[in-house]
Design a protein around this ligand. Structure first.
Ligand code: PHB
Length: 403
């Protein structure tokens, strides 16, 4: 089997890339290790930046999102007995976000790919990517009980943090920058009306809480919990009581339909390319979910990559592929900082002193009293533009050095 672009991973990054390539007339094969039902049910975040909304519409995956997604024009910050709204359009010149679950994005992209795209194989277990620095990289995988090889012009690893693609970058060339956090999130889905019309991010002495939603009748709620927490330690009534205390508001309660613990991690692997193997999304970088950036960063990566492949097909030039890693990493590090900032400003580190807590409260107060400080949060939250500075290899340095 041979294809132009072999894509490892059928999550949002891999599926969106396949759609963008299909639109550009470039063929691809997507290999996903799990079952379709598994990837369609995996609970992930639910905030789409405008650029993500736009790209989903452009590949034909916007119809259900536009019907069922909820456009949000702000978030609420709660701390120290106060509530303050961050008004996105006023602070960013019209920006907003869409609440539409990643699982729904994945369902829409899978349906499209199966209806009119290239091959998408489920239960395809990739063991290795060979020949990254040759012109015929090969993916070795098992499918339907048989060992198979897919030779490619290029390979893209969209197989997440634990995937095999990252290892195609030789260890001597690969750098991973990481931070772990001394807390996790307990996340629930509940058949209950959302607490409020917008998302609430709450700082409290008891720990962080986030009230999000999936629809006017389904809430998605999170509590900061210690690392290693077993969800069984959290019977439903304890969860609701704790949410009420941290959000400083009695919530509408309803049946809890999903409950899980999510670790928090920041990680960046550089470079995002070796030879003819490229990394995108969680295969290259992880952000803690507090900034709602994970899916949006993955989408930004594959937008840049699809454009680079289209440029190669149209002109024969690999220039945009050559600048892919640098172009993406600039945006990645900005999102890493924002996600770290949101996380460390809103959570209670078990080792933190009262001095640290006062610093957090001072920072939150600053955001709620200075339009400049609020705009900094709002701009990062709604998403920085995929502008020429991010796309052209920065300030020209890379291009000049190579010319
Ligand atoms: C979610 O709705 O799942 C969600 C929203 C905002 C976040 C993280 C998760 O920052």
């Amino acid at each position: 089997m041979h294809t132009t672009v072999g894509i490892i991973g059928g999550g949002p990054a891999g599926l969106l890339l396949a759609r963008l390539l299909h639109k550009a007339g470039i063929d691809s094969v997507v290999l996903e290790s799990r079952a379709r039902s598994y990837v369609e049910q995996r609970q992930r975040a639910g905030i789409l930046e405008q650029a993500t909304v736009d790209v989903l519409r452009s590949v034909g995956a916007g119809a259900r999102m536009d019907r069922e997604g909820l456009v949000h024009h702000g978030i609420e910050l709660r701390f120290d007995g106060r509530a303050h709204r961050i008004d996105f359009p006023a602070l960013t010149g019209g920006g907003s976000v869409m609440v539409y679950a990643q699982t729904e994005v994945v369902k829409d992209l899978i349906a499209l790919q199966l209806a009119e795209g290239g091959p998408l194989l489920f239960h395809a277990q990739v063991h290795a990517v060979e020949g990254a620095d040759t012109d015929r990289p090969t993916i070795r995988f098992a499918h339907e009980g048989r060992e198979q090889s897919l030779t490619c012009d290029y390979v893209v690893g969209c197989d997440g943090f634990h995937g095999v693609a990252r290892h195609a970058v030789p260890e001597v060339l690969r750098r991973t920058y990481e931070r772990t956090y001394p807390y996790s999130w307990l996340g629930i889905l509940a058949d209950a009306a959302p607490a409020y019309g917008e998302l609430i991010y709450a700082h409290s002495a008891r720990g962080f809480a986030l009230a999000s939603m999936r629809s006017p009748t389904v809430s998605r709620l999170y509590l900061q919990v210690p690392n290693g927490t077993d969800p069984a330690e959290w019977p439903d009534a304890r969860i609701w009581d704790e949410l009420d205390a941290r959000l400083d508001q009695p919530l509408v309660r309803g049946p809890i339909t999903a409950k899980s613990v999510l670790p928090m991690r920041s990680s960046v692997t550089e470079p995002m390319r070796h030879g003819r193997v490229f990394l995108a999304g969680d295969a290259a970088h992880i952000v803690p979910p507090t900034g709602a950036k994970g899916l949006n960063l993955a989408a930004a990566d594959v937008i840049v990559l699809a454009e680079a492949f289209a440029h190669l097909a149209a002109t024969g030039s690999t220039q945009l592929l050559d600048t892919y890693s640098d172009t993406c990493l600039r945006r990645v590090w900005r999102a890493e900082h924002f996600s770290y900032f949101m996380t460390t400003t809103l959570h209670a580190d078990p080792a933190q002193s009262t001095f640290d807590t006062r610093l957090q409260l001072s920072q939150l107060e600053r955001i709620t009293t200075s339009p400049h400080a609020a705009a900094e949060l709002a701009e990062n939250y709604v998403g920085l533009p995929l502008g020429p500075a991010l796309r052209s290899g920065g300030h020209g340095t890379t291009a000049r050095l190579r010319a």
